[in-house]
Design a protein around this ligand. Structure first.
Ligand SMILES: *Cc1c(COP(=O)(O)O)cnc(C)c1O
Length: 427
């Protein structure tokens, strides 16, 4: 009998039965059949410690013995308070307030509502739209779909249901671009702001790395320029660090590459090391203090049932501790050097006719092809070689767990290369 489980993004007509995972350790998960697969994507980029990390598992067990859940409405608890202090400590200076929710999408919904209400409370009730970027991905809820890339962002079907926002072109200048290259991207941003700033509450972006929309990477100068433009036009800057946060771009946060403090920043995915769903929306004093007042419009009207869940907060605290004590940024540097050597600097791969571009940033590497056709069958090919790869459209990428060993990482890059170089040119 087929399972009643309805899988995400699945072609129900052609899908084959999903393999059943029964456990995992380190960078591998284990299937019912005993097959061990090296996860090159660490489960949509959240399992940064890999599977079965004993410290994270113990933290959840201990917390479960004390308190599994309690509402955050009118109550607080130690894990929520301690995690908020830690997040304030490690995020860019000035982000001093933490609003919890249960997923990355909801964290972004919170950010957008917060920005709009901030504008209303500070005397700008006309600023009711967002400015987003092409190639953006900010989540699958209705509010988030409306700020995803409207053409390639897989939500085109829902036009009509979604509020209309403004979009600027996706940045084109690479990570190590010259200031002149970045200037081109910034003037495109300026153009939209000049015309529509009266209506725009916030500019939102995935800083440095637009992840699900095609692993598009850009320069820290773009972030600095965006910060300046937001200040000039009275627009809040929201960084969606759901994917980039916790080391993915080589620093703890993408914002750290540019020394920029956004007004609002959203964290999820790696926040709990992937062990439980949770998110945090951080805000500066300037944003937070606008909500202090006597009118009925001052309270922030949002409160997910599971916000600040003690199990999630506790495992997030342990995840951070492991990250710092076990020098994860050092591990990420090692992975980065390896990805550059094996992919970026491989002449045969870069010259392959199916390959449009190869990019590496932090613990992220992508082989962009000219068409999704070129990747048809790659998941099965990788699985036969012991690796779990799941491309997005025409992008074959790896975002490994940071505990992935050098040998394991080379196994992943070998499979990625072999798909293009060894398969007798059928792609
Ligand atoms: C995954 C992701 C989200 C959505 O997070 P969910 O937990 O899946 O709701 C939002 N923004 C970015 C940048 C993401 O990568």
């Amino acid at each position: 009998m087929t399972s009643p489980v309805w899988h995400p993004y699945a072609d129900l007509k052609h899908q084959s039965p999903a393999p059943k995972v029964v456990g995992g350790d380190g960078a591998h998960f284990v299937l019912e059949s005993g097959e061990r697969l090296l996860d090159a994507t660490c489960s949509w980029w959240c399992m940064i410690h890999g599977y079965g990390n004993p410290r994270l598992v113990a933290a959840i067990r201990e917390q479960a013995g004390e308190l599994c859940h309690v509402m955050l409405g009118g109550l607080t608890h130690e894990p929520a308070d301690r995690l908020a202090r830690e997040l304030v400590r490690i995020t860019p200076t000035g982000l001093d307030h933490v609003f919890y929710s249960d997923s990355g999408s909801v964290g972004m919904e919170v950010a957008m509502k917060m920005a709009l209400q901030y504008q209303v409370l500070t005397g700008n009730p006309g600023k009711r739209r967002m400015l987003s970027l092409m190639k953006a991905y900010h989540g699958d809820t209705t509010g988030c779909m409306a700020v995803c890339d409207p053409e390639e962002g897989m939500h085109g079907l829902f036009t009509g249901l979604l509020p209309r926002h403004y979009f600027a072109p996706a940045p084109t200048a690479p990570y190590d671009a010259t200031p002149e290259q970045v200037e081109h991207d910034l003037s495109a941003l300026r153009e939209v702001l000049e015309r529509h700033h009266d209506e725009i509450a916030a500019l939102l972006m995935e800083p440095l790395l637009q992840a699900a929309g095609g692993l598009n990477m850009t320069s820290p100068d773009y972030l600095r320029g965006a910060r300046a433009l937001c200040d000039e036009f009275g627009v809040l800057l929201i960084f969606d660090e759901v994917a980039t946060g916790f080391g993915r771009t080589g620093k703890l946060f993408a914002a750290d590459h540019a020394d920029v403090t956004p007004d609002i920043m959203v964290l999820s995915k790696g926040l709990t090391g992937g062990y439980l769903g949770h998110a945090a929306t951080l805000a500066t004093n300037r944003v937070h203090d606008a909500f202090i007042g006597d009118s009925e419009h001052h309270a922030f009207m949002h409160g997910p049932t599971f916000m600040g869940n003690p199990l999630a907060c506790r495992v997030a605290l342990e995840s951070l501790r492991v990250f710092e004590e076990e020098d994860y940024l050092g591990k990420i540097t090692t992975l980065n050097q390896l990805l550059r050597r094996e992919l970026l600097e491989d002449p045969a791969l870069n010259a392959h006719p199916a390959v449009a571009d190869v990019r590496v940033l932090g613990a992220t590497a992508v082989i962009e092809t000219h068409s999704a056709e070129a990747l048809k069958g790659v998941a099965g090919f990788a699985r036969e070689r012991g690796v779990w790869l799941r491309p997005i459209g025409r992008w074959l990428y790896t975002m490994p767990a940071y505990i992935t060993s050098e040998t394991e990482m080379v196994q992943v890059t070998d499979v990625m290369k072999a798909w293009f170089l060894e398969s007798s040119g059928q792609h």
